[in-house]
Write a protein that binds this ligand. Structure first.
Ligand code: KIV
Length: 275
């Protein structure tokens, strides 16, 4: 009973929402990566990654689709279970895939599956003003929530491509307000994708919950990248914010350790990775 309370006093206590909040308060950067299987999950744990996301990016990097839209709940459950088996310390977050949170009730049923059957500790959903009621409903049922704003890959066919968001002043103001509303609705973490660094900094300063960025500049509370991008596995053109940590590393473990160190020491992201 309460083994997790005992683990708190172990040399490597599991990361919790409270740990992530304390890291924000202490100014310690949160190192996050995606993972899709148990072997890489073990390497991420060994390398000191704090937060592991089973991203629906698996639709692109594992399944070979052009977008994340074809990913289903069954795919997310399969990969979440595999990753959960490989992790001891990091906090495990899983994406709710396309259309799995169309209403608050559907979102709740699918979040429960990801937590009970998959072992996720938190769910992530691509959010905006239209998802405030869903975040509020999940939070009211004690589901930990990460709200993903900025570039939302599940909306790629609606917006017409993968583009930097929040460049114009009006759009930036709207995103800033949405981030605050999502926090007020109960989001425990806000994730910002592909936005100007100055806007990322403003949102991280505005919010009391941790703000994780991918292509959102260096002045946010943590960084996340797609694992296959940092290991230089992804073929073709990489996003501006991606960095190849495999170069000169010698092994995947050393590359992941180099990423964690760069995030903690704030040498990643550099100016060349920012918008
Ligand atoms: O699916 C994913 O990997 C993500 C990250 C890009 C944040 O959402």
């Amino acid at each position: 009973m309460y083994t997790h309370l005992e683990q708190r006093y172990s040399p490597r206590p599991p990361v919790t929402v409270a740990t992530l909040q304390k890291m924000k308060a202490d100014g310690e950067r949160i190192a996050c990566l995606t993972a899709y299987d148990a072997s890489f999950a073990m390497l991420l744990d060994q390398a000191g990654v704090d937060f592991v996301l089973v991203g629906d990016s698996l639709g692109m990097v594992i399944q070979g689709h052009e977008t994340t839209v074809p990913v289903t709940m069954e795919h997310m459950l399969y990969h979440t279970r595999a990753v959960a088996r490989g992790l001891a310390r990091p906090f495990l977050v899983t994406d709710l895939p396309f259309m799995s949170y169309a209403t608050p009730e559907i979102a709740l049923a699918n979040s429960v599956r990801l937590m009970q059957e998959g072992g996720a500790k938190m769910v992530k959903l691509e959010s905006g003003a239209s998802q405030l009621n869903i975040v509020e409903f999940l939070a009211r049922h004690d589901i930990p929530v990460c709200a993903h704003i900025g570039l939302k890959p599940q909306s790629v066919h609606k917006v017409g491509g993968f583009r930097v968001q929040g460049r114009e002043q009006e759009a930036a103001e709207r995103m800033r307000a949405t981030a605050r509303e999502l926090q007020d609705a109960g989001a425990d973490i806000v994730l910002l994708e592909c936005i100007p660094a100055a806007l990322g900094a403003t949102i991280a300063a505005d919010l009391s919950v941790p703000v994780i960025g991918i292509g959102a500049g260096g002045d946010v509370d943590g960084q996340i990248l797609v694992l296959y991008d940092i290991l230089d596995i992804t073929p073709g053109r990489k996003p501006k914010f991606a960095h190849n940590f495999m170069a000169g590393a010698g092994s995947p473990l050393a590359a992941i350790q180099a990423y964690v160190t760069a995030v903690k020491e704030r040498s990643y992201p550099a100016a060349e990775h920012c918008f």
